[in-house]
Design a protein around this ligand. Structure first.
Ligand SMILES: NC(=O)c1ccc[n+]([C@@H]2O[C@H](COP(=O)([O-])OP(=O)(O)OC[C@H]3O[C@@H](n4cnc5c(N)ncnc54)[C@H](O)[C@@H]3O)[C@@H](O)[C@H]2O)c1
Length: 255
């Protein structure tokens, strides 16, 4: 992929399934990678792996719900790795809950993690990118936002919010040399999916139903996502902004 070597890339949720695979891919492309995650041990493991392979990884433990702590984390990353060229918003969390079985406390938690957490980091990073008139933002939404998904009403609403937010800041900053795009994973085998299926009840039945629903006949793996994410972050996508791409084996097919 063109234009990723020596760039400073921030991946939130970098200690998770898709996030870790994405961090390692950017490191492979020669980028310096800040692995941002609530889970310090998971972030350190990924950063250590990058450093052992001869790259530059920095673990940054922060809860993105905390705006002040997130702002401080952004300052630390720029001080240690240099100006942020690429931000990948990879944090997400959900538990299978039919809407009528959910309550306002649950809605708040889902909204804080999946929507407010994105705003909290995009605001300080985008303001620096706008000053420098350069930068790329790639957010992970979900096919749940594009086609709906039973048991994921509030999460799907947040992810649809991430899509609308991304398109809007893409318009506001296109003339400042900043592009903003969205990648929507489908059903991908990570800790998040495991917990989701556990809460839904019959895990194996659900896995088989999900697999049957995917035209390509298998569930996604974390390694299926980094190519699309790195593409949007690269110079190869230099004339692309405000776009949404599903990486889901054909689960949803949008025009
Ligand atoms: N796995 C799927 O089937 C699937 C499907 C569609 C979309 N997605 C999206 O892809 C992205 C990655 O998901 P994944 O499956 O790899 O999940 P994951 O659970 O493996 O990783 C998510 C990471 O985010 C971190 N995190 C959670 N809350 C945080 C917070 N407040 N502050 C900082 N870090 C926090 C967790 O510690 C974890 O390491 C998410 O945005 C998710 O919504 C996943």
């Amino acid at each position: 992929m063109r234009g990723l070597k020596s760039k400073t890339v921030v991946v939130t949720g970098g200690g998770g399934g898709i996030g870790a695979a994405t961090c390692l891919r950017f490191a492979e492309e020669g980028a310096r990678v800040a692995v941002v995650d609530l889970n310090e041990a998971a972030a350190s493991k990924v950063a250590d792996q990058i450093n052992q392979l001869g790259g530059r990884g920095l673990a940054v433990a922060v809860n993105l719900i905390d705006a002040d702590a997130t702002q401080a984390a952004v300052e630390r990353i720029e001080a240690e790795l240099g100006p942020i060229d690429v931000l990948v918003n990879g944090v997400g969390w959900d538990v299978f809950t039919p809407f009528l079985k959910s309550d306002p406390d649950f809605w708040s938690k889902i909204i804080d993690i999946n929507l407010r957490g994105v705003l909290n980091i995009v605001h300080p990073v985008l303001s620096k990118m706008a000053e420098r008139r350069s930068g790329k933002i790639v957010s992970l939404a979900s096919d749940a936002a594009r086609g709906g998904s039973s048991g994921e009403s509030v999460y799907a609403a947040c992810k649809a919010g991430v899509i609308a937010f991304s398109k809007t800041i893409a318009r506001e900053h296109a003339r400042h040399g900043i592009s903003v795009n969205v990648v929507c994973p489908g059903v991908t085998e990570t800790a998040m999916l495991d917990a989701f299926m556990e809460a839904a009840g019959d895990k194996e039945k659900l896995r088989s139903a999900f697999t049957k629903a995917v035209p390509m006949g298998r569930l996604g793996q974390p390694g299926d996502l980094p190519g699309a994410i790195a593409f949007f972050a690269s110079d190869d996508a230099g004339f692309i902004t405000g776009q949404v791409m599903s990486v889901s084996g054909g689960l949803t097919m949008h025009g």
